[in-house]
Design a protein around this ligand. Sequence first.
Ligand SMILES: *[C@@H]1O[C@H](CO)[C@@H](O)[C@H](O)[C@H]1NC(C)=O
Ligand SMILES: *[C@@H]1O[C@H](CO)[C@@H](O)[C@H](O)[C@H]1NC(C)=O
Ligand SMILES: *[C@@H]1O[C@H](CO)[C@@H](O)[C@H](O)[C@H]1NC(C)=O
Ligand SMILES: *[C@@H]1O[C@H](CO)[C@@H](O)[C@H](O)[C@H]1NC(C)=O
Ligand SMILES: *[C@@H]1O[C@H](CO)[C@@H](O)[C@H](O)[C@H]1NC(C)=O
Ligand SMILES: *[C@@H]1O[C@H](CO)[C@@H](O)[C@H](O)[C@H]1NC(C)=O
Ligand SMILES: *[C@@H]1O[C@H](CO)[C@@H](O)[C@H](O)[C@H]1NC(C)=O
Ligand SMILES: *[C@@H]1O[C@H](CO)[C@@H](O)[C@H](O)[C@H]1NC(C)=O
Ligand SMILES: *[C@@H]1O[C@H](CO)[C@@H](O)[C@H](O)[C@H]1NC(C)=O
Length: 230
Amino acid sequence: MILLSSSIIAQLMCLPLALAQDTYRLVSRAQNNTLSNQYTLTAYASHNTTLNGLKINWGGALNLFQANVSTYCPFVGNQSSLCPNGTDTVFVGTLYPDSEVPGGQDLYVNVDGLISITVQHSHSFPPGSWPEYYGWTWTPLLKPTGQTAKQLPGCPRNNDLYNCDIPSGYFDFKAPNATRGGVMACPNEYNTNVTSVYAVTPEFNRTGCVELVGMGTHNYTGPTPPVWSY
Ligand SMILES: *[C@@H]1O[C@H](CO)[C@@H](O)[C@H](O)[C@H]1NC(C)=O
Ligand SMILES: *[C@@H]1O[C@H](CO)[C@@H](O)[C@H](O)[C@H]1NC(C)=O
Ligand SMILES: *[C@@H]1O[C@H](CO)[C@@H](O)[C@H](O)[C@H]1NC(C)=O
Ligand SMILES: *[C@@H]1O[C@H](CO)[C@@H](O)[C@H](O)[C@H]1NC(C)=O
Ligand SMILES: *[C@@H]1O[C@H](CO)[C@@H](O)[C@H](O)[C@H]1NC(C)=O
Ligand SMILES: *[C@@H]1O[C@H](CO)[C@@H](O)[C@H](O)[C@H]1NC(C)=O
Ligand SMILES: *[C@@H]1O[C@H](CO)[C@@H](O)[C@H](O)[C@H]1NC(C)=O
Ligand SMILES: *[C@@H]1O[C@H](CO)[C@@H](O)[C@H](O)[C@H]1NC(C)=O
Ligand SMILES: *[C@@H]1O[C@H](CO)[C@@H](O)[C@H](O)[C@H]1NC(C)=O
């Protein structure tokens, strides 16, 4: 009978994932951090198969373990069909929310790291927060030639919570002039049952978090815009 220490078993279990991760090498820094196409987001966390590929959907925060976007539609009754019926949280450029509301919406990082979207008809950012044009870096992920895998290893397909496609790249955060940064999955500060994506700001102090490599990006082709407002 062979006994292995749990740490050796853990290392062995990590090995295929580590190798898989290396398959998708970082090819180059983007010239700028804006994407030309519409995109959705997923958790990119090659070291954690629970989190890797989870869709990131708006629900008062950028949440994980949430299959569909939460939206606001100003029309009621039979007129509610006037609102788009997309089910995804979609962005353009550098994390600009894609919605129908006149004037659009903005994404920002709160001083404590919670990522928010402005409500309809408001473009005000809380004191100390970072609007989407601060701090985000997009890194493309390109497959080496000959590589045929199109899905994240270990990702549960046919599960509405996940998009198992390999991301086109990922966004990472570092506040201007900050000495630390990153993106994490943490219990939401207002509802610890919910897991939300946080950006690591200088004041970030959430506990019980798991580090992500970043927020993965995926070309979006559904209803455009997908929602009236987030
Ligand atoms: C920045 O990104 C936009 C959208 O992808 C592209 O149109 C533009 O050419 C890029 N600018 C540079 C300098 O790469
Ligand atoms: C992976 O993420 C899950 C969900 O957040 C967490 O419970 C688990 O501890 C993480 N595992 C590792 C090895 O970080
Ligand atoms: C998400 O949206 C799809 C498409 O409308 C629907 O089939 C599914 O039931 C929704 N899932 C949840 C959890 O609401
Ligand atoms: C909604 O119902 C009202 C009255 O029942 C009708 O006048 C109106 O045309 C309907 N609107 C739409 C968008 O179907
Ligand atoms: C949204 O509306 C379009 C057009 O009416 C329809 O084809 C599509 O099935 C609807 N999608 C959902 C998720 O309800
Ligand atoms: C975490 O930071 C918040 C302000 O963002 C502060 O109110 C709270 O006391 C801090 N908690 C700890 C444990 O440092
Ligand atoms: C970052 O530091 C530089 C040099 O001190 C300063 O000019 C700049 O305003 C700072 N940027 C922000 C966003 O604080
Ligand atoms: C969190 O989950 C627990 C156990 O399911 C439930 O009792 C509690 O009401 C939930 N809290 C919130 C804020 O949803
Ligand atoms: C995503 O869209 C961009 C811009 O339209 C395109 O260059 C790229 O090939 C697309 N990627 C995939 C995987 O479809």
